[in-house]
Each structure stands twice: as structure tokens, then as C-alpha cells.
Design a protein around this ligand. Structure first.
Ligand SMILES: [Fe+2]
Ligand SMILES: [Fe+2]
Length: 196
């Protein structure tokens, strides 16, 4: 039974969990996380990943994205998280600090799910299958609409690693284009999955 994954991986039944996430997110983001969940399930089935973990990871991955900066920074300090992330803003914080709050508030303790959430925006130089599934699902879910998303959707029909490569390159190009700071872990992802 698919609903069992909620009590298996979180402290809540499906309905309660969805409500907690719904009230923590804007309407648009709630729609996004539901779509990432659906997409992650499809990718897990396609590439032999754990469907239950992919489903929960998709649902919770942006749980703290709309928290105030002060709260996320407090989490970084109180939990002795890597201080390097402080200079990089919400885009980086909501994954790393998110894992702490997802565990505390939603009862998610599975190490693979937490890791996938932690690296969902940056990737890493050692991505597990679940990490890749969430990283790619977040990029291609059906509500996404940016130049290049169709190419990514085509790629992922056949090859997950090539899609990881595509997203990483696309993200870095955009960061450079905007002269944005680049988190070192994103460079590590590039060196591992893009560079020859
Ligand atoms: Fe995110
Ligand atoms: Fe997301």
C-alpha cells in the first residue's frame, strides 16, 4: 500500500503531512513539491530507485524554502552546520538546514532521504541514485518552464546521469551569466559529472 510510506518515513499520516507542507508553502510551491513527488516516483520506477523514498524526498525537499533567513541561519549555527554556506543565501540554506527541520518537525530520519534533500540544489561529487532522482525531478517537473527543460525531459527518458550532467551545466551557466556566487559543492558536481 502506497500510503504506508508516510508512516514509514515520517511521523505523520499522508493527510496530516500534506497539510503541514501545504501551510508551510505558497500555493505555487505546494503545487511544485507535489509535482516533484510525482516526477521522482516516475524516475525511481524507471531507474530502479526506491519509490517510497523518492516520493517522500520529493514531497519534503522544499519544506523550509519559505522560512525567514534568520531562522535558517539559526539552524546553521545551532547545529554546527558548515559555516561556509552562510555566504550563499536561501538557495543553499534551504537544502542543508532543511534536513534538520524536516527531521525535527516532520520526523524524517532516513539518512538517504535527508541526504537527497541536503544536496538537491547543488548536487555533490558522490551522488547516490536517490540524490540524482530528486536533483533531476526538481529540474524537470511538469510546471517547470525554461529554455532547455524540454531537452532535459527528453534526456531523462533514457539516461539519468546525462540529465544530471545537463542540469549541472545548465545551472552553472546560469550562475555565471548572472555573475552569482557559486557554492563550491556545485563546482565539485560539475567536475565529477560534466568535465571530461
Ligand atoms: Fe529547493
Ligand atoms: Fe524544488
Amino acid at each position: 500500500m502506497i500510503s504506508d510510506i508516510y508512516t514509514k518515513y515520517t511521523a505523520f499520516e499522508q493527510e496530516e503531512l500534506l497539510e503541514k507542507i501545504r501551510i508551510s508553502t505558497s500555493e505555487k510551491r505546494f503545487k511544485h513539491v507535489l509535482a516533484v513527488q510525482e516526477t521522482a516516483i516516475i524516475l525511481a520506477k524507471r531507474f530502479g530507485g526506491d519509490v517510497g523514498k523518492a516520493s517522500i524526498a520529493g514531497l519534503v525537499h522544499d519544506y523550509v524554502k519559505e522560512r525567514l533567513d534568520e531562522e535558517l541561519l539559526r539552524v546553521v549555527y545551532e547545529n554546527n552546520l558548515d559555516k561556509e554556506i552562510i555566504a550563499f543565501g536561501n538557495n543553499i540554506w534551504h537544502g542543508v538546514a532543511g534536513t534538520i527541520l524536516i527531521e525535527e518537525e516532520l520526523g524524517v530520519v532516513d539518512a538517504e532521504i535527508l541526504q537527497a534533500v541536503s544536496v538537491h540544489t547543488t548536487g555533490s561529487d558522490n551522488m547516490a541514485l536517490l540524490d540524482k532522482i530528486l536533483y533531476v525531478a526538481d529540474f524537470i517537473e511538469p510546471n517547470r518552464n525554461f529554455p532547455g527543460v524540454e531537452k532535459a525531459r527528453e534526456l531523462v527518458k533514457v539516461n539519468l546521469d546525462k540529465t544530471v550532467k545537463y542540469k549541472t551545466k545548465h545551472t552553472l551557466l546560469r550562475l555565471v551569466e548572472n555573475e552569482a556566487k557559486i557554492y563550491p559543492k556545485t563546482i565539485n558536481t560539475y567536475n565529477k559529472y560534466v568535465a571530461n
